[in-house]
Design a protein around this ligand. Structure first.
Ligand SMILES: [Zn+2]
Length: 465
């Protein structure tokens, strides 16, 4: 089974050129100019960009808040039509169980039968017991080289104190596990939330008021120092504040292995969205909170300069009408999360490439190549190269489309990007050589997504001998 993609502009992190790609048995076997037609299956990509399939390293297909559960992997075709061929999903540790057991159970019961793109996992610590710290060095053996701890969310089972973060960092480094943190000061948020509610300030906008940029900056700096004390690398997820980004940049420049990502919504939305009337602001409740335009513009600069090295969706599919409505009279009860898995490429293309904020090469890096390296799957994913999985996106830059919940496969009743004009569209997507999106429509098979083993000592370890 062979497919030849002809005359597209093939983009990598370093360059781009007009050429052809031969796919055989799911792998890229030849790249060149004017390749001979060895097959009848020829795809004309003339006038289109050919990109490596996206890797979204931050999705939540299994989060539960109170009684509300997000949409799961049965909506992972939304990734496919958005040009993402691999998701790295956060798996919550189950009560009384280890990380590996929790991941395996989740994979068996909720993922492997329905996944429509390839996938890998990060664990999330819910019970910071001795057993968990002992388990950390064993994670790479199972193909799970990353683990997240929440410094935020006081009073929730997944909140981790400094002791837990420090012990996890210490336990991680010899085995090449990358510790990820959600960095916000839980105690300060708790005080500020209570102050708002006491004053009767219950609208979604107060989500941002009670989580100002400094609660993120403080926790980011603290996490950096904990990593330095443990002499371990650190990855900070969903960075949204300018000064948090600068703390990561400065630590990295001074020789510490500290890295971070930002997310699509922090690059194009802002606090005005949270102020929308009639509870519409609840659609934009995610943590950290959306920031002012000044932060947004500095994040664009940061991703361009490489101070943050990936852009994820932090996809979290809670409905607005029922699930977010739990916080109708109390913003602290609104389930946090923004559904945007399907829109990551279109938005980065439209608001990044088309405006000149980032190059196409940088887009490929932020969208695919760097996340592959961070999570140790760059031996098969994240690059159009010989021997790599044929995960390929053909992007047509010549169309204009309105983003709407109407054409979303995310299974959620709203889109945070409703009404925005997107330039270009995902025309075709190949997953290991199989055409799973054609003319923008998902045509793949439910359950065809496969687990990709992550290897330890990912990108965050590159400067550590
Ligand atoms: Zn998240």
């Amino acid at each position: 089974m062979a497919t030849l993609i002809k005359n597209g502009i093939i983009v990598s992190t370093a360059d781009e050129f007009k050429g052809d790609i031969l796919i055989e048995n799911g792998k890229i076997t030849t790249i060149g100019i004017n390749l001979e037609n060895h097959t009848d299956d020829i795809v004309n990509a003339s006038g289109m960009y050919v990109l490596p399939g996206g890797i979204d390293q931050h999705t939540h297909f299994s989060f539960t808040y109170k009684n509300a559960k997000v949409r799961g992997f049965e909506t992972s075709n939304a990734a496919a039509i958005g040009g993402t061929t691999t998701v790295i999903d956060f798996v919550n540790q189950k009560p009384g169980k280890g990380i590996v057991e929790s991941v395996k159970e989740y994979d068996k019961n909720e993922v492997s039968n329905v996944a429509m793109v390839d996938y890998s996992f990060h664990g999330i610590v819910f019970e910071a017991t001795n057993e968990i710290f002992e388990e950390i060095p064993t994670l790479p053996k199972e193909g799970i080289p990353t683990l997240k701890l929440f410094m935020a969310y006081k009073g929730f089972p997944y909140h981790c104190d400094d002791e837990a973060v420090f012990r996890a960092l210490k336990a991680s480094k010899d085995s090449g596990v990358t510790i990820m943190v959600h960095a916000e000061n839980a105690d300060v948020i708790d005080v500020l939330q209570k102050e708002c509610l006491k004053k009767g300030l219950t609208d979604p906008y107060y989500h941002a008021v009670s989580r100002p940029p400094l609660v993120e900056v403080e926790a980011t700096q603290r996490a950096i120092n904990l990593a330095r004390l443990a002499d371990a690398p650190l990855y900070v997820v969903h960075v949204s504040a300018k000064e948090a980004m600068e703390a990561i940049r400065d630590a990295n420049i001074s020789g510490s292995s500290i890295y971070g990502e930002t997310c699509t919504h922090y690059l194009i939305l802002d606090t005005d969205n949270l102020a929308k009337p009639n509870f519409e602001g609840a659609k934009y409740v995610c943590s950290p909170a959306l920031r002012s335009i000044e932060h947004r513009e500095s994040l664009w600069k940061g991703v361009k300069k490489g101070w943050l090295n990936a852009i994820s969706s932090d996809h979290c599919g809670f409905d607005w009408k029922v699930q977010k409505n739990m916080g109708k009279d109390d913003f602290t009860s609104i389930p946090n999360g923004a559904p945007g898995l399907q829109n990551r490429l279109g938005i980065l293309w439209t608001f990044g490439v088309e405006t000149g904020k980032i190059s196409r090469q940088k887009l490929v890096d932020l969208f695919s190549t760097a996340p592959a390296k961070i999570n140790g799957i760059d031996y098969v994913k994240g690059h159009i190269g010989i021997g790599y999985d044929a995960d390929i996106v053909i992007y047509n830059p010549n169309t204009k489309n309105i983003i709407s919940v109407e054409n979303s496969l995310q299974g959620v009743d709203y889109s945070p990007y409703e009404g925005m004009t997107q330039i270009g569209n995902v025309e075709k997507v190949f997953l290991r050589g199989e055409l799973i999106v054609d003319a923008g429509k998902y045509i793949g098979k439910v359950g065809d997504g496969k687990f990709v083993k992550g290897k330890p000592f990912g990108l965050c370890y590159e400067d550590i001998k």
